[in-house]
Design a protein around this ligand. Sequence first.
Ligand code: GTP
Ligand code: MG
Ligand code: ZN
Length: 312
Amino acid sequence: MRGLVIRNTGSSYVVLDEQRQQRECHIKGNFRIKGIRSTNPIAVGDNVKFEQQADGTNWITEIEDRRNYIVRRSTNLSKDSHILAANIDLVALMITVNHPATNTIFIDRFLATAQAYRIPALLVFNKIDLLGDDELAYLEALKGLYNYLGYQSIALSAKGLEPSSPQYQELVGILSDKTTLLSGNSGVGKSTLLNSLTGEEVARVGHISDAHDKGMHTTTFSAMYELPNYNAWLIDIPGIKGFGSFDMKAEEISHYFTEIFETGRRCRFSNCTHTNEPGCAVKEAVNNHTIATSRYDSYLSMLGDCTESKYR
Ligand SMILES: Nc1nc2c(ncn2[C@@H]2O[C@H](COP(=O)(O)OP(=O)(O)OP(=O)(O)O)[C@@H](O)[C@H]2O)c(=O)[nH]1
Ligand SMILES: [Mg+2]
Ligand SMILES: [Zn+2]
């Protein structure tokens, strides 16, 4: 039998079979996927084959090839990784201009990681009901910047979001026929949005996710929620701010900042890091405001991480 893994409970998986029945499935301790060193061989979003045993228990026997998957390394030193989700069409980052405030470095890191995974990204600005005029103007500026860079964005209030509202319609228009990973800092309103979209209390609001602040070994249980009217799935990974990690080399980082990469072609040196080199087209563009300072700062911040870890 075939099915889609929609929940990981820690000891077993919930699989939605082709008759749309939810079945609890187990995996054998020695189940491994070739080429991937992972602490969990199966993730939410995986398509699997399973068999029912005489005692009624279900066992996963095979996992179908993944289009993509996102990982979090178990620890900095370990090569083992934890697969957070598989077969994702879109990653959505929920952010709030205020309550709590989100900085652009956080947004840009997320977008660069999405780019590295080659998964399209969407920015969802939430809690616009709480914003004053200055904050709304800043929101428009941010939307303008990211739309200019080619990223989709939407601004809404997840709380009380009605299916009849234009924001709801615009959002489900983007989410339809896709599997979307929902990420964002704690308290921005992810659970609230899940509930508004499904019209059910599928996620607990204002509840601090179990995986918070318990260190790196905390197991994280992801879940997938369906919007059946739109053939859309949303994946929620409690306690993960961004969406996993991607090992980037310093010289690769500019590849994930489209405008820096494009402008960088005109630098005097082909291996220009856009920091201190003479004839740097990127620094010139920042001075001329054709590249946003906030984007350049984010680039430098990610570059800084690389050089730091090199000398650690
Ligand atoms: N005013 C206002 N409050 C909101 C909105 N969306 C969410 N909230 C409130 O923000 C708080 C946090 O919302 P949650 O949905 O629990 O946030 P979360 O992103 O799921 O947080 P974690 O599960 O900790 O990651 C709750 O008190 C919500 O009621 C909104 O659009 N407007
Ligand atoms: Mg939540
Ligand atoms: Zn340069």
